[in-house]
Design a protein around this ligand. Structure first.
Ligand code: NAD
Length: 482
């Protein structure tokens, strides 16, 4: 968090009072000039993003490895491959998405033109977290560029190496009159948020989400908030236990558990807990060997503060698998906690680390009640060979997304919207400030739509005044057709 502005335009800071006012007004002036509107311009910038991913691939893998020991397979899959999917999908569909949408007309507008114009918002701000430090600013950025906006990108200062890479390199690819990277810690981001933006897209913790929304409210700026929470994972008694164990362990231990859509805890019967335990042990050994600490495929916790917070959650239920930690390396072994109670520390906050608590419930109904008594999560997972069970969980709960018989995979489809669903289902609950899944959605066309103002347009015919006379004064009963 050194508080810098990439290699973009140099502007007044002392004069304007706010250190970022000059940058914002420079981007606004460019936006008003219409530079970002032509499709060719947007395509050229998107292609430049593609070159950034191709040419800086190795740097990205190295930076994320330094920041959180991100295994290169995971970094390649999430930071590069998924971004390129989004990029290609956008490039393939952009001309179609940008087109005016002609809409139904009524009797008096039959000869007119009624359409939705896909207008860019203007100058938008994207604030990203550290856990997928490229993906989580790049995927929104693709849509923001595609929609014709100018953009300030604020990467997370917690992923220091990736932040530096982005600040130094992105400006070599993108038009600096329209796109700028601002490196900023909390203080500077607070100043940045004082400026008037036309859209703010925030990904990160629910508590900061509130701060961002409050800052946006001062200017009535629309926001998307991609937040977090505890994602339940119900495992019914009828399922292939070994497959379930692999799919749950993969989702939980991917990126060392630092994934907003990771299964946060398992709900199952006491019998299923007994069966799951050896199956999870086997899956973990299959994935990471007998000593996960030596596995190149298991990551580390991003910082000391986060490490201590997660370690403190280990005193919940009993440690059935793993439990080893090393503060120097910020290593926490893939851990499974059995017989965890709803009142235990691990059930009070989003875990965001490689710990999987199992909470025993009597049956599916109890699992559904358990889920519905808590804030609506970003994702719900349900495992069963009986599709009726999966459908029941889907029908009777609500969440940002849902995946039956697997974890995380729904996020990989650009055809599905990704996002949260506000706070609580039950209005009677105390407000748990740390568990909100967010508002708005993106991925694929949904990202384009997020950064697009759907402008209502009617272009009338100059003639046919006789028909218009029907609505002009002096009024009469006749004119109403009464
Ligand atoms: P973080 O600490 O990197 O914060 C995110 C961003 O907020 C950073 O850019 C940071 O500089 C900024 N920030 C922090 N404090 C601020 C303040 N007071 N004012 C203005 N800006 C501020 O990341 P984090 O919050 O630790 O991220 C983890 C959380 O993010 C988890 O809850 C996780 O579930 C959630 N998350 C959600 C998604 C999603 O897509 N829904 C994705 C990833 C992470």
């Amino acid at each position: 968090g050194s508080g810098g502005i990439g290699k973009g335009p140099v502007i007044c800071s002392a004069v304007c009072g706010n250190p970022y006012a000059g940058l914002v007004s420079h981007l606004r002036a460019t936006w008003l000039s219409g530079k970002t509107r032509p499709m060719e311009y947007r395509v050229a910038q998107l292609e430049a993003l593609g070159r950034f991913l191709d040419e800086k691939k190795q740097d990205i893998l190295e930076a994320t490895a330094l920041d959180m020991g991100k295994p290169s397979f995971e970094a390649y899959f999430t930071e590069i491959l998924l971004c390129k999917n989004e990029l290609n999908n956008t490039l393939n569909n952009l001309s179609h998405w940008m087109k005016d949408e002609h809409v139904d007309k009524n009797l008096v507008t039959q000869l007119d033109s009624a359409f939705i114009r896909k207008d860019p918002y203007g100058v938008v701000l994207i604030i990203a977290p550290w856990n997928y430090p490229i993906h989580l600013f790049l995927v929104p950025l693709i849509g923001a560029i595609a929609a014709g906006n100018c953009v300030i990108i604020k990467p997370s200062e917690t992923a220091k190496n990736t932040e530096r890479l982005v600040a130094e390199m992105l400006s070599c690819y993108l038009d600096n009159d329209c796109f700028a990277v601002v490196t900023a810690g909390v203080q500077e981001t607070t100043r940045l948020l004082e400026n008037k933006f036309d859209y703010i897209f925030y990904t990160g913790s629910p508590s900061v989400g509130r701060i961002v929304m409050a800052a946006a409210a001062k200017h009535l700026t629309p926001v998307t908030l991609e937040l977090g929470g505890k994602n339940p994972c119900y495992v019914s008694d009828t399922c292939d236990v070994q497959n379930v164990a692999r799919r749950v362990a993969w989702g939980r231990f991917f990126n060392a558990g630092q994934t907003c859509v990771a299964p946060d805890y398992v709900l199952c019967s006491v019998e299923m807990q007994e069966k799951l335990m050896p199956a999870l042990r086997e899956a973990i050994t299959e994935f990471f060997g007998s000593n996960p600490r030596e596995s190149p495929d298991f990551g580390r916790i991003v910082g000391d503060k986060q490490f201590r917070r997660i370690r403190a959650l280990l005193c919940s239920g009993r440690v059935a698998i793993g439990g080893q930690t090393d503060e120097k390396e910020r290593y926490i072994a893939p851990t499974v906690l059995a017989d965890v109670l709803p009142s235990d520390p691990a059930m009070q906050e989003e875990i965001f680390g490689p710990i999987l608590p199992i909470v025993v419930v009597a049956n599916m109904d109890e699992a559904i009640d358990f889920i519905n008594a808590r804030p609506r999560p970003l994702a719900i997972y349900a495992f069963s060979c009986d599709s009726k069970v999966v459908n029941q969980v889907l029908e009777r709960t609500s969440s940002g997304g849902f995946c039956g018989n697997d974890t995380l995979m729904h996020v990989t489809l650009t055809s599905l919207p990704f996002g949260g669903i506000g706070r609580s289902k039950s209005p009677n609950l105390p407000a748990p400030g740390q568990r909100n899944s967010g508002l708005g959605m993106y991925h694929g066309k949904f990202t384009f739509d997020t950064f697009t103002h759907h402008r209502a347009c009617l272009h009338r015919n100059m003639g046919l005044e006789a028909l218009n006379a029907l609505r002009y004064p002096p009024y009469s009963q006749q004119k109403l057709g009464m």
